[in-house]
Design a binder for this molecule. Structure first.
Ligand SMILES: Nc1ncnc2c1ncn2[C@@H]1O[C@H](COP(=O)(O)OP(=O)(O)OP(=O)(O)O)[C@@H](O)[C@H]1O
Ligand SMILES: [Mg+2]
Length: 364
C-alpha cells in the first residue's frame, strides 16, 4: 500500500498546458477518481504516475519516494487501459500469470497465484478457459487480476469500463469497488462518467482544462460544489445568473431575471459580484399558497413533463429556450401533474441552493 503525492505537477506539450499545477495527495488504500470531460488531462496525469511521461514541473512521490527518473517497470504501479489487451490465444490463467512469467516465477507458483486471483475476481476454477469464451465483464475482471498479479502498490485504471454496455458497466462498478476493498491497495481511477466516480470513490478530483477544480468525497462535490464548472458537470443543475444584491448569515441573494434568489455563500461572494445560483432539480417543488418568501420562490411556466417512474420531470421556462430548467418531483402517491403552458410558482430550499462566482459551465 502506498500513497501517491502529486506535488505541484504541471505537464506541458510545447506551449500547451495539459495539466496545470495539480497539487494533491492520494492516500494509501484509497479509491481515488479523476473525473472530467474529454481532453481535460486525466490520462496525462495517470501517465505521469505510471512513469510513461515525466511532469514538466513538480514531483510525483509514491510511498514517499520521488519517482523522477524511474521508468514504468521500476514503479510499484500497474496500469489498466480502456482497451484491455488480453492475449486472445492464451488461457485465462496464462493471461493472469503473464507478468509473473516475465518476472521468471516458476509454473507451479504462477498457477497457484492465478488460482488465488481467480477466486478474488469470482471466477474460481476457470483458469483453463480461453479468453474468447468469456463475457465482456469476465474479461474485465481477468484484466484486473492480471494487473494485480504483479502485486502493485497502486493500480491505475484508465476508463476501464467504457467498452462495456450500460448494464455491465453498472455491475462492474460494484465489482471493482469490492475487489479494491478486498486487496486494500490504492486505486486511481479515471473516468468522464460522474455516476462511476460517485458510486465507487472515496474521493474525487473534478478536472476541467488541465485544472483540478475540486477534491472531495461524492457528497461534498454534489452538495457543496466549489465552482460553477463542478456544479454544472456533476449531476443535473439549474443555473440562475445575476448580481449579488445582499449577503447575510452565510447566504447570498442574487438578483436574477426571475427575481431575487437565495443560496448558500461558501465562496465569499460579496455585494455586486456576478454570480450563479445553482438549484438542483430535486430541490424544487411547486409553491403552495403559504410559500411567500420572495427570494426562495419564482414565477415560471411548465412547458413539458416526462414521467420516469420514480420521478416526474417537469421542464420549466428559463431565459434560454433551448435549455429549460428542470424540476424533479418524487413520484409519491400524491404527485400532481402540472398544467402545461400555465404560470407556475416554484419554491426551493435555500439550504440546497448554492451561490457561486460566475465561471465556465460544463457543456451538456
Ligand atoms: N503527447 C502529447 N502531445 C501533445 N498533446 C498531448 C499529448 N498527450 C495529450 N495531449 C493533449 O493534452 C490534453 C489532455 O489529454 P489527455 O489524454 O490527458 O485527456 P483525457 O482527459 O484523458 O481525455 P479523454 O477522456 O478523451 O481520454 C489533450 O488536449 C491532448 O490533446
Ligand atoms: Mg484519457
Amino acid at each position: 500500500m502506498s500513497s501517491v503525492e502529486l506535488d505541484h505537477i504541471t505537464i506541458r506539450f510545447g506551449d500547451f498546458v495539459a495539466v496545470d499545477n495539480c497539487n494533491l495527495t492520494i492516500n494509501s488504500g484509497e479509491f481515488f477518481s479523476f473525473l472530467g470531460p474529454s481532453g481535460c488531462g486525466k490520462t496525462t496525469i495517470l501517465r505521469a504516475v505510471s512513469g510513461f511521461n515525466e511532469p514538466t514541473e513538480g514531483t510525483v512521490r509514491i510511498g514517499g519516494k520521488d519517482m523522477r527518473g524511474s521508468g514504468p517497470n521500476k514503479r510499484p504501479t500497474a496500469l489498466i487501459f480502456q482497451n484491455l489487451a488480453l492475449f486472445p490465444l492464451m488461457s485465462v490463467a496464462d493471461n493472469i500469470a503473464f507478468g509473473l512469467e516475465v518476472a521468471g516465477i516458476k509454473y507451479n507458483e504462477r498457477r497457484r497465484r492465478a488460482e488465488e486471483l481467480l477466486n478474488l475476481i469470482a471466477l474460481p476454477g476457470q483458469g483453463d478457459k480461453m479468453v474468447s469464451e468469456l463475457s465482456g465483464g469476465q474479461r474485465q475482471r481477468v484484466a484486473i487480476a492480471r494487473a494485480l498479479a504483479v502485486e502493485p502498490e497502486v493500480l491505475l485504471l484508465d476508463e476501464p469500463l467504457s467498452a462495456l454496455d450500460l448494464k455491465l458497466r453498472q455491475h462492474m462498478r460494484t465489482e471493482l469497488r469490492s475487489i479494491q476493498q478486498r486487496v486494500g491497495i490504492t486505486f486511481i481511477y479515471i473516468t468522464h462518467d460522474q455516476g462511476e466516480a460517485l458510486t465507487m470513490s472515496d474521493r474525487i478530483a473534478v478536472m476541467s482544462a488541465g485544472i483540478v477544480q475540486q477534491v472531495g468525497n461524492g457528497s461534498d462535490i454534489y452538495n457543496n460544489p466549489a465552482t460553477a464548472f463542478v456544479a454544472s458537470f456533476v449531476g443535473e443543475n439549474n443555473a440562475f445568473h445575476g448580481k449579488v444584491s445582499r449577503v447575510e448569515d452565510g447566504f447570498a441573494v442574487v438578483d436574477t431575471s426571475f427575481g431575487p434568489m437565495r443560496g448558500i455563500n461558501n465562496r465569499g461572494l460579496t455585494e455586486g459580484d456576478e454570480a450563479y445560483v445553482f438549484i438542483r432539480p430535486e430541490a424544487m417543488r411547486p409553491a403552495k399558497p403559504g410559500d411567500t418568501t420572495e427570494d426562495t420562490t419564482f414565477e415560471t411556466e411548465a412547458l413539458k413533463e416526462e414521467f420516469e417512474g420514480s420521478f416526474l420531470h417537469v421542464f420549466l421556462r428559463s431565459e434560454n429556450e433551448e435549455k429549460p430548467y428542470k424540476m424533479a418531483l418524487v413520484n409519491d402517491a400524491d404527485v400532481a401533474r402540472q398544467k402545461l403552458g400555465a404560470p407556475l410558482r416554484v419554491t426551493f430550499d435555500p439550504k440546497r441552493a448554492v451561490a457561486l462566482p460566475v465561471g465556465e459551465l460544463a457543456d451538456e
